[in-house]
Design a protein around this ligand. Structure first.
Ligand code: AHG
Ligand code: MN
Ligand code: MN
Length: 348
């Protein structure tokens, strides 16, 4: 959606309302409003965290469901998402990095969507004032389906596939606050105008550059990676790529969308399933990257082709410019072929 003819910028609210067909301007619009409000609340808290003493970790050594220490802002961000979504009347249940289990809405107030979110991504960076963000992915619940219990909701999510995701987005609290959205028809980006408190459409139709020699991975894990991936990184170094790694998925993926290249969090000897969580990190970013014309793979196929087993499941992630992902996977394929050849040889 372009800016208006008289160049008045389109607000996120207008964009959301206009992108729904007239007869279905309902639950989805309300849910996006709830997300937008939560993002604004988080943004304000982050900007004032230094003054309010809100940096740092919780004093009781609290850990979240996946074993990470909880920063104070993790909890504030989770509460903001939860508060606005639970009262939005459009979700049946939610799942969060900061919640042990799915959280279901009161039976008679359940709506048609399921949302999974990482309320504050990159929280280890927050005290150093490095970009952090929020990520969300939205799935549909069939009309009339209600969850009587958490177990009921757990059973339902196991019937879903990554591919059933209907919308995804992220907010990035950086030098400016950006919000990037897709509902399966391309990707559009917005910037918060602090003067009027509105997100304005600043990056319509984001397309990831097809080719770019930028690689982004935590090389501290080099010795634990699989051999094929180490070989790929050697190739990258011999071919004068530029290295960029923030350690906030939102920041690294946002840069990859705009500048191109490859972002990876591979599996390694200590993290055999990878580190990033499928429902609220990998799958939403995979939908965004694919919708921007890139590729998002797990090392054994498309990230979104995976089935859902549990709320906090993890997956390896390789995403970015198509050409670069193909180069990366050619190392995996070469290695698999060689291993197959060795196996056949040893049978002779
Ligand atoms: P979170 O802060 O939500 O737990 O996510 C951290 C993630 C992700 O943002 C980032 O890509 C990755 O962890 C960084 O991990 P390493 O510190 O192992 O590189
Ligand atoms: Mn995260
Ligand atoms: Mn997080």
């Amino acid at each position: 959606m372009e800016s208006e003819k008289n160049s008045t910028p389109v607000t996120l609210t207008q964009y959301i309302i206009r992108s729904q067909p007239p007869h279905s301007r309902g639950e989805f619009t309300l849910m996006m409003m709830a997300i937008q409000t939560a993002v604004k609340v988080i943004e304000k808290n982050i900007r004032r965290a230094g003054m309010l003493g809100m940096f740092g970790y919780l004093t009781n050594q609290s850990q979240n469901a996946t074993g990470d220490s909880q920063a104070k802002l993790d909890v504030i961000a989770n509460n903001a998402f939860k508060a606005y979504l639970m009262t939005s009347t459009c979700i049946a249940a939610l799942g969060s990095e900061e919640e042990e289990t799915l959280v279901i809405v009161d039976f008679d107030k359940q709506g048609d969507y399921l949302i999974f979110f990482d309320p504050l991504d990159g929280s280890s960076n927050i005290d150093a004032n490095v970009s952090v963000g929020s990520i969300w992915g939205i799935w549909r619940v069939p009309k009339g389906k209600k969850f009587a219990s958490i177990e009921d909701a757990n059973q339902f999510i196991r019937t879903l596939k990554g591919n059933d995701i209907v919308s995804a987005g992220y907010a990035m609290y950086g030098s400016a606050t950006n919000l990037v959205l897709t509902s399966g028809h391309g990707v559009d980006g917005f910037t918060l105008d602090p003067n009027i408190g509105e997100f304005l459409l600043t990056h319509p139709h984001i397309c990831i550059p097809k080719k770019r020699r930028i690689f982004s991975v935590n090389e501290g894990n080099y010795n634990k990676w699989e051999a094929w991936y180490r070989e790929y990184i050697e190739h990258v170094k011999k071919n004068k790529y530029t290295a960029r790694y923030i350690g906030s998925m939102v920041g690294d993926v946002h840069r990859t969308l705009l500048y191109g290249g490859i972002f990876c969090y591979p599996r390694d000897a200590g993290k055999v399933e990878g580190k990033l969580r499928f429902l609220y990190e990998a799958a939403p970013m995979a939908l965004i990257v694919e919708q921007a014309g890139g590729k998002a793979l797990s090392g054994t196929g498309r990230i979104l082709d995976q089935s859902i087993h549990r709320l906090h499941q993890r997956t390896p992630v390789y995403l970015g410019s198509r050409h670069e992902i193909d180069i990366c996977m050619s190392f995996r394929d070469k290695h698999a072929k060689k291993q197959e050849g060795d196996k056949q040889g040893s049978k002779l």
